[in-house]
Design a protein around this ligand. Structure first.
Ligand SMILES: Cc1cc2nc3c(=O)[nH]c(=O)nc-3n(C[C@H](O)[C@H](O)[C@H](O)COP(=O)(O)OP(=O)(O)OC[C@H]3O[C@@H](n4cnc5c(N)ncnc54)[C@H](O)[C@@H]3O)c2cc1C
Length: 378
């Protein structure tokens, strides 16, 4: 289809919505984004963009902006919570060096500027209650976890609490660690930290297993002293980071089924609205970017909207389902509670890292090496 003949409405100015808006506008469509928030404000903490997500940002002509705002990741290291280093994975061995640490607000900002530059109209403070009332040839539901479009296409799909809670904070840092993510692994808990904004800050995500329910919201506040108490048996490196927390968010981790139906007539879901994921593969943002590219590409290549939307879902659902399943299966690996089992697992990781470092890295090629753009730039 010729996108210059289309009016497209996007619900949600998150990462997926803004990327889809720019992708469609660069192909000629008239695009309006409806965002419930009054302003595109500084919310959230660090995000990781792996090479598969970066490929889309490059295809959208935004690689320079990412390089200016982000920090290129060089390594991920795994640590026992008390005994110290277990394994260091060298990300420079990846085929693409474009693994990035970003502040979510910086990524949203560069996508926002990119969308406006492409001619997208953004209507802030406009919550969509009824997607069917939007007058457009295509309505894209990029409205996240609590999507209004998802239940319209799928009914209500109940999530279940994973018995894990994530604490999120950004703490000041001296700039000494610019390119390394660290995971401190403990019984029933782990702490992930990585630099953002040139190492001036560290993004912390502390995950703990617990039986009580916690709210599923990025903005629920937690108590820093409670966080420190729950990780009090960690060694000095982790404690030093937690000491600096003065504001923390708390997020109940829920597993949601991938939506079986992503599209209908003139409606399409993308990003978290279609396939919310647990954070253990750090793929939420990158998957939303992939969806955004493929949706615009499918519309451009198909003769009509029905064919386009069917092709979009067919190109995306298996991959999204596989990545979401990989993230769901990953948490226990960090949380082994039996001491002998934990030590044995750490020895196996150390030996694997020493004997076959390439193999440790290349296990993720199917995620990171997937380039939905095929090298194209809009
Ligand atoms: C406030 C916030 C903070 C986050 N912080 C982090 C973080 O620190 N680390 C991390 O890894 N991930 C974070 N995420 C999640 C991460 O950004 C997403 O997993 C990923 O980017 C996929 O995003 P998405 O575009 O599908 O949806 P989202 O990024 O969730 O964006 C959805 C957008 O839709 C808007 N919206 C929802 N309903 C409506 C409606 N009815 N009408 C109009 N607008 C609507 C929302 O306000 C939001 O801007 C955060 C998400 C949000 C919304």
């Amino acid at each position: 289809m010729d996108l210059s003949t289309l009016d497209i409405a996007v619900i949600g100015a998150g990462i997926g919505g803004l990327a889809a808006a720019r992708a469609c506008a660069l192909r000629g469509a008239r695009v309006t984004v409806y965002e419930q928030a009054e302003q595109i404000a500084e919310v959230g903490a660090g995000l990781q963009i792996s090479p598969n997500g970066f490929a889309v940002l490059r295809g959208l002509g935004l690689s320079g902006a990412v390089e200016a705002a982000g920090d290129r990741a060089g390594a991920v290291s795994l640590h026992d919570y008390r005994r110290g280093p277990v394994l260091r994975l060298d990300l420079t061995r990846l085929e693409s060096r474009d693994y990035w640490f970003l502040h979510r607000a910086d990524l949203i900002d560069l996508l926002h500027v990119g969308a406006v530059d492409a001619g997208v109209c953004i209507r802030l403070g406009t919550r969509v209650e009824d997607p069917g009332a939007l007058d457009a040839d295509l309505v894209i539901g990029a409205d996240g976890l609590h999507s209004v479009l998802r239940p319209r296409l799928n009914g209500t799909l109940a999530p279940f609490f994973t018995r894990q809670v994530a604490w999120r904070a950004v703490v000041p840092h001296d700039g000494s660690r610019k390119d390394e993510a660290r995971v401190h692994m403990a019984p029933h808990r782990h702490l992930v930290s990585y630099p953002v904004r040139g190492g001036a800050w560290l993004n912390l995500v502390a995950v703990e297993e617990r039986s009580a329910w916690a709210e599923e919201s990025w903005s629920a506040a937690g108590d820093p002293n409670d966080l420190r108490a729950r990780f009090a048996d960690f060694g000095p490196a982790a404690k030093d980071m937690l000491k600096r927390v003065n504001k923390v968010g708390k997020w109940g981790l829920f597993r949601h089924p991938v939506a079986p139906v992503w599209t209908d007539a003139r409606f399409a879901l993308l990003g978290d609205a279609a396939h919310p994921t647990l954070p253990f593969m750090a793929q939420g943002a990158s998957l939303a970017l992939e969806d955004a590219w493929v949706l615009a590409d499918a519309v451009a290549k198909a003769p009509d909207m029905a064919t386009a939307l069917a092709a979009y879902q067919a190109r995306r659902i298996d991959r999204a389902t596989r990545v979401v399943a990989a993230a769901s299966g990953n948490a226990w690996k960090y949380h082994i509670s039996s001491k002998p089992l934990r030590l044995a697992a750490h020895v196996a990781l150390r030996v694997g890292g020493a004997v076959a470092p390439g193999r440790m890295m290349h296990q993720f090629d199917w995620i990171y090496g997937h380039d939905v753009t095929g090298g194209e730039t809009l």
